[in-house]
Write a protein that binds this ligand. Structure first.
Ligand code: SAH
Length: 369
């Protein structure tokens, strides 16, 4: 039977060492290959000159190095870049780079679409197709490095990586952990744990598992301070309610004196932006080392949600600050190219048919409006 060659992009150091061991090769060959691929950007085995010629030939026969391909690139007026990437089954995902004066943040996708259906999110409305492989996730970072330049520590362009693109990373846990192992490895990108953030809508058991496997920075898409409201905005809350989620957050940072959890809170006019919501948020965050990121809602065509006005967002922020909770309003970036939070859509076949139902619904709303 035809067997697909192993895509070495998806191998972390432990897996690659095992692979070489099984080939009867010395384990340090894994370190050399990781450096060639991730630091030099090399995908031709023939050019990996510190490997023996027979080994290069064997790798050529048995393996491959395939990253997603770039379909298009858009650059926002504020310098934010968005790429549409094609996977080998023709699904399309999106990735965003956000340059700032002191850092450059790459926002990557973990799934084709998203299965969670948060009611205000464009990605959710487009439905879901599948998990990305670890090769497809790390392939995004590899590609961005090639397109943006240098990997070396001293003059890096990508200083931070966030799992805030399409998908729920905790529902693709194993492949995300493999990707984290690769990202943090000194033979590849050597990013520190603090500079890599996994964002989740709140898959409680996986928060505990991440602490065991690879405790990087954690962001929680909270968006509401109580179950009644959060059930409506983030349906996953019915499975993992606010109290259980915050307990998991406390466990995540316990024993790590300097760590804080980031709480993302999208500002939706008239829904979650009142004084009493801020008051409730202060109460529920008690005892959790927290920083709160208020995200001005990015409009999604066809959705009735609206962004809170600036004065309301400022008042909410000041109320949080007065209670001693570190709070900032996240700057909206790349809105003109639909690259802002929650606007990533990609191009793929929706296996849930949610997008069809949504389009039909939207059509009805537009007709009756
Ligand atoms: N599934 C993960 C990763 C997505 S991160 C998670 O939920 O954390 C993307 C962030 O943008 C999440 O906090 C999400 O809730 C938020 N978001 C989604 N739609 C948005 C919109 N239209 N405007 C602003 N933020 C949005």
């Amino acid at each position: 039977m035809f067997k697909r060659p192993a895509n070495l992009f998806g191998f972390d150091r432990v897996a690659l060492r095992q692979f070489f061991d099984a080939l009867g090769e010395r384990p340090y060959r894994a370190d050399q290959v990781l450096q060639w691929v991730h630091q030099q950007g090399e995908t031709e085995f023939a050019s990996m000159t510190n490997l023996s010629k027979p080994l290069r030939a064997k790798l050529q026969d048995m393996t491959c190095l395939e990253a997603p391909s770039v379909v298009s690139e858009q650059v926002s007026a504020d310098g934010t870049r968005k790429w549409l990437l094609r996977l080998d089954d023709d699904n399309g995902i999106e990735m965003v780079f956000i340059p700032e004066s002191e850092r450059g943040t790459l926002c990557i996708s973990s799934q084709v679409g998203c299965a969670l259906n948060c009611t205000f999110c464009s990605t959710g409305a487009h439905g879901y197709n599948r998990n990305l492989t670890s090769a497809e996730i790390i392939g995004q970072i590899w590609l961005a490095h090639r397109m943006l330049g240098c990997v070396e520590k001293e003059n890096r362009v990508i200083t931070n990586v966030v799992f805030m693109g399409m998908g729920e990373p905790m529902l693709n846990f194993d492949n995300v952990v493999t990707t984290l192992n690769i990202l943090l490895d000194d033979f590849t990108y050597g990013l520190s744990r603090r500079r890599v953030t996994v964002s989740t809508a709140g898959v409680v058991p996986k928060i505990d598992a991440l602490k065991l496997m690879c405790p990087v920075s954690l962001a929680i898409s909270l968006h509401a301070p109580n179950d009644e409201l959060r059930n409506k905005l983030v349906p996953l809350n019915r499975k993992y309610p606010v109290a259980a989620l915050l307990d998991a957050c406390r466990r995540y940072v316990s024993g790590e004196s300097r760590s804080r959890i980031t709480f993302e809170y999208v500002m939706l006019a008239g829904l979650n932006d009142s004084k009493s919501c801020a008051h409730e948020l202060i109460e529920v965050l008690r005892g959790v080392p927290a920083k709160v990121n208020l995200i001005p809602y990015n409009a999604v065509p066809g959705f009735a949600f609206q962004r809170s006005d600036t004065a309301t967002i400022d008042r909410f922020r000041d109320q949080m600050l007065a209670a001693g909770i570190m709070t900032i309003t996240r700057k909206t970036r790349g809105e003109d190219i639909a690259a802002a939070c929650g606007q990533l859509a990609g191009k793929f076949h929706d296996r849930t048919h949610r997008s069809t139902r949504w389009r039909r619904y939207r059509h009805t709303v537009e007709l009756t409006a």
